[in-house]
Design a protein around this ligand. Structure first.
Ligand code: SF4
Ligand code: SF4
Length: 237
């Protein structure tokens, strides 16, 4: 089980949160990617909407904005994935990994999803803002732990331009307001460089200028690529 940590801003009020949601709302691709991945999940749910596969995390400001207006979310209890044999261990690990001011949540599930009330974490999955070692927000890269479950990761060319633009605009806004947001993603990007350097792999990037690139994790040199040549992963290859 993974948690999808979103280090969302601490000081936004409900109106700010709902405005962020309104401006980051376009579908990720021209098809329903949940229909592509769900058949490969034993639970039959899209992986990112399956509490047994990924536990969403939100800042308490999101929870405060959502709790009065929807029953979609409740605080994660840790007992909602009965089939998981390591749930006790996972529970401790997940709880320990949640930064101060954040909360793990669980939703009613994909059959009861209410799109206007999805967390920023739902909207950005499987991506995070990629930041270079000299602190430039270059574009979108992804949570590599989901390479073998998320269909989008192996089909980056299907991600819509509109989604990419809303992702970048949302994070530009957050980074202008909250330095710690930026610092957290810079650290996540550094972690990705270390992991990919060890695996001798280049990092796929959806560049904010609209292109597709592969980044060498050691030199950070970028090569523009045809999206059809980007890596694909089992079980979708
Ligand atoms: S984002 Fe990935 S895991 Fe989530 S529904 Fe789409 S393909 Fe499935
Ligand atoms: S709110 Fe919707 S998109 Fe987010 S995890 Fe739940 S079902 Fe998936």
């Amino acid at each position: 089980m993974n948690n999808r940590i979103l280090r969302s801003p601490a000081d936004l009020n409900s109106a700010d949160i709902h405005e962020l949601y309104t401006n980051f709302n376009v579908p990720i691709a021209g098809l329903d990617c949940g229909k592509m991945c769900a058949p490969h999940n034993p639970t039959g749910k899209p992986f990112c909407c399956d509490i047994c596969a990924a536990v969403p995390a939100a800042h308490t400001s999101e929870w405060k904005a959502l709790e009065p207006v929807t029953d979609l979310w409740h605080p994660w209890r840790g007992d909602e994935c009965a089939e998981d044999p390591s749930s006790t261990e996972d529970r401790s690990r997940l709880e320990a990994s949640v930064p101060d001011g954040m909360i793990l949540l669980a939703c009613l599930g994909p059959q009861a999803c209410q799109r206007p009330y999805r967390l920023l974490s739902c909207r950005q999955f499987p991506f995070f803002p990629y930041v270079t070692s000299d602190y430039r927000f270059l574009g979108l890269s992804y949570d590599w732990e989901f390479e073998n479950s998320c269909w989008v990761i192996g089909n980056l060319g299907q991600v819509s331009q509109a989604y990419r633009e809303e992702f970048v605009a949302t994070h530009d806004k957050l980074f202008a307001l909250f330095q710690d947001e930026f610092d957290n993603y810079a650290a996540r990007s550094e972690e990705m460089r270390e992991v990919f350097a060890e695996k001798r792999r280049r990092i796929p990037l959806l560049h904010r200028n609209g292109g597709f690139h592969l980044i060498s994790p050691a030199s950070e040199r970028m090569q523009r690529v045809d999206p059809a040549k980007l890596p694909q992963f089992q079980p979708y290859r």
